[in-house]
Design a protein around this ligand. Structure first.
Ligand code: MG
Ligand code: MG
Length: 261
């Protein structure tokens, strides 16, 4: 059953989502060659707690970390480790926070040093997929319209769309109804109405859509070892239209500052 949120609840989800946005912004300053995902994880936990929230993932389904850090061929659910990030890597950082009983859940794929043009294109297209999906999150549409928009754009560029993991409703629980797949048919699935709050999160592979899970029971990797990208926003439907509750503003500001200095 879908729980449609009141405007008051949407504000509480926004507050948690923005704590995650600020966390990602802080991480954008810290991240670079030689930095370990484990260090970023510790910094993120401190930052979230300093902002009066709890890490959203830590302990959820026995998750051992605040962040899920997925490098290169890792799609999602990578566990932070001590392997330093290297020039040419990409890393999806997925982060959750819970404040006042409501969750935010938000992800960005960062680049480390110089990356190849074909990987940059994968990131650009995945981000476009996210916004094309968000654009469909409007009253009168169905979840399948979001799914279709994401899938079409990715496949047009020859990319693989991961099926096994999906976006989701968000609120008092990290994962609520409805599921928001990144593939599907127009006009199918639940109707979109005011008060719907969902996390839209395309996971797009450069090669095959097929994935497998590593023996750690968490990390999802591409079956062909090619890179994968992941971006996620929290979106509420208000007055019939999509409103993005999270923001990449803090990440973009931090990255822009790094280019200048
Ligand atoms: Mg997430
Ligand atoms: Mg999510």
């Amino acid at each position: 059953m879908i729980h449609y949120k009141s405007l008051e609840e949407i504000e509480l989800i926004r507050e948690s989502a923005l704590i995650v946005s600020r966390t990602l912004g802080m991480l954008a300053e810290e991240i670079g060659p030689g930095v370990t995902p484990l260090f970023l994880d510790q910094r993120a936990e401190e930052f979230i707690r300093d902002h009066g929230a709890d890490p959203g993932f830590l302990g959820l389904y026995d998750c051992p970390s605040t962040l899920l850090t997925s490098v290169n061929e890792q799609v999602v659910h990578g566990l932070p480790n001590k392997r330093p990030l290297q020039d040419g890597d990409i890393v999806s950082i997925d982060c959750g926070a819970k404040k006042n009983g409501y969750y935010g859940d938000h992800a960005y794929t960062f680049t480390i040093g110089e990356i190849s043009p074909d990987i940059q294109k994968l990131l650009d297209i995945t981000l476009e997929c996210l916004y094309k999906g968000i654009e469909q999150a409007r009253k009168g549409n169905r979840i399948g319209d979001i799914s279709y928009a994401v899938q079409q754009h990715a496949e047009q560029h020859g990319y693989g769309v991961v099926r096994e993991l999906v976006g989701h409703g968000l609120g008092k629980h990290m994962h609520e109804s409805p599921e928001v797949p990144n593939y599907g048919k127009r006009g199918k699935g639940s109707k979109i109405k005011d008060g719907l709050v969902i996390a839209i999160e395309p996971m797009i592979n450069m090669g095959t859509r097929r994935v497998k899970q590593l023996s750690d029971g968490w990390t999802i990797v591409t079956a062909d070892g090619k890179p994968s990208a992941h971006f996620e926003h929290d979106v509420a439907v208000v007055d019939g239209k999509p409103e993005i509750l999270s923001t990449f503003k803090y990440v973009e500001e931090a990255l822009a500052k790094k280019v200048v200095t």
